[in-house]
Design a binder for this molecule. Structure first.
Ligand SMILES: CC(=O)SCCNC(=O)CCNC(=O)[C@H](O)C(C)(C)COP(=O)(O)OP(=O)(O)OC[C@H]1O[C@@H](n2cnc3c(N)ncnc32)[C@H](O)[C@@H]1OP(=O)(O)O
Ligand SMILES: O=C([O-])CC(=O)C(=O)O
Length: 371
């Protein structure tokens, strides 16, 4: 048996959802650049789930369905109030909340296509409410109900902050949601496919995926980037800081990627947004620091900035708490995860690779009194 460590380069599934070729990302054949500039996140959800863009009526119907399904079961709100939520990481709270939502869903184990489509809407709608509710509850604030007529991005910010966001704030979150929606067979999507290929349910799959996204080598990197920027604090400290990290063989968060070698096509959109929003909010130093780090690491190690790098300064400048950065990534990625679950069910085979045993052999059992 030959082992490919980290499964690098191994092709383990066929997909019609997204593709990375020559460092270009497409969703169902549409360039991420086109979508980031023009699309509403709701259009991307429809695209990933139906493999075509919606017409006006279909989009309005999806928006209405999402809005109508945003309210959380009271049991989930009560659950958030039942433990010291301010002491746990929101990704842990989100992971448990999704599992709990499954217990409130009478169709959780109904594997029919129609039931799965209804659950898809419920999950996508409710993740925005879960992230905003857990944030408000830990801050001792009332949970805010969604508002009719607001887009998904605007409603998330409205439920999070309790006031309607301005156009630039909505544009920033909408763009981030579009850019994070899907990414071929990344670690969390692979985890989810392994899970649902046993014919386990959609809630189990998403719970598994959240668990994988949480780690700092994957979705958790956006929060780690902000932690690094805060440690650096001033633009002139950026290069001495990263030089020291590299001398200690430590990784620079938000840099590098398993698949992209020349650049992550999503990063430039977030970089542009970071420049714009930090200028507007008077937080330019986070953008300037990020540019210095990006240029240095590219020159020294040839590593590109990934999607998590500039999202940090964007979210920070929107006044979002740093431990909500990865839950926001998850909120967007729900759309891609759900598409992958439905695709896996459509053409399923159990995923079960092999491992090469390298431990001791021919051991002889001895009685416990002799050990
Ligand atoms: C949404 C996402 O999940 S995007 C990725 C988010 N993760 C991060 O930003 C964390 C930082 N980046 C990394 O840890 C890596 O680049 C990963 C996990 C993204 C990809 O990892 P892999 O493809 O397994 O690359 P691996 O970790 O083996 O690194 C290969 C080489 O590049 C170096 N390298 C990779 N990333 C970095 C980095 N961020 N900083 C410094 N060096 C790095 C490694 O030290 C290694 O160098 P060596 O060959 O001299 O030992
Ligand atoms: O594809 C990957 O390995 C990680 C990534 O960028 C993502 O999930 O968006």
């Amino acid at each position: 048996m030959s082992i490919v460590k980290g499964l690098e380069g191994v092709v383990a599934a066929e997909t019609k959802i997204s593709s990375i070729v020559d460092d270009q990302l497409t969703y169902v054949g549409y360039s991420i650049d086109d979508l980031a500039e023009n699309a509403k996140f709701e259009e991307v959800i429809f695209l990933l789930w139906n493999k075509r863009l919606p017409n006006k009526e279909e989009l309005e119907q999806l928006e209405q369905d999402l809005y109508e399904n945003m309210a959380l079961p009271q049991g989930v709100i009560d659950h958030f109030k039942s433990y010291e939520i301010h002491k746990v990481h929101p990704m842990g709270a989100l992971r448990t909340a999704v599992s709990l939502l499954g217990l409130y869903d009478e169709e959780a184990d109904d594997m029919s296509e129609d039931a799965n489509k209804r659950k898809a809407i419920r999950l996508q709608a409710r993740v925005a409410s879960v992230v905003s509710a857990l944030s408000r509850i830990r801050d001792g604030k009332e949970v805010v109900q969604p508002k009719a007529g607001l887009s998904y991005a605007a409603n998330f910010l409205y439920m999070l902050k309790g006031e309607e966001p301005n156009d630039l704030e909505v544009e920033a979150i909408n763009k981030a949601l579009v850019l994070h929606a899907d990414h071929e067979l990344n670690a969390s999507t692979f985890t989810l496919r392994v899970c649902v290929a046993t014919l386990s349910d959609i809630y189990s799959g998403i719970t598994a995926a959240i668990s994988a996204l949480k780690g700092p080598l994957h979705g958790g990197a956006n929060e780690a980037v902000m932690k690094m920027l805060l440690e650096i604090d001033e633009v002139e400290n950026a290069l001495p800081y990263v030089k020291e990290k590299m001398a200690n063989k430590e990784k620079i968060m938000g840099m590098g990627h398993r698949v992209y070698k020349t650049g992550d096509p999503r990063a430039k959109h977030l970089k542009k947004m970071s420049k714009e929003i930090t200028a507007l909010k008077g937080t330019e130093k986070w953008y300037e620091m990020s540019v210095k780090i990006e240029e240095f690491i590219k020159k020294e190690k040839g590593l590109p900035a990934n999607v998590d790098f500039y999202s940090a300064s964007v979210y920070h400048s929107l006044g979002i708490k740093h431990d909500l950065f990865t839950p926001i990534f998850a909120m967007s990625r729900f759309s891609g995860w759900i598409a992958h679950i439905l695709e896996q069910y459509d053409n399923n085979r159990l995923i079960r690779p092999r491992a090469e045993y390298v431990g001791p052999e021919k051991q002889v059992y001895t009685d416990i009194s002799e050990r």
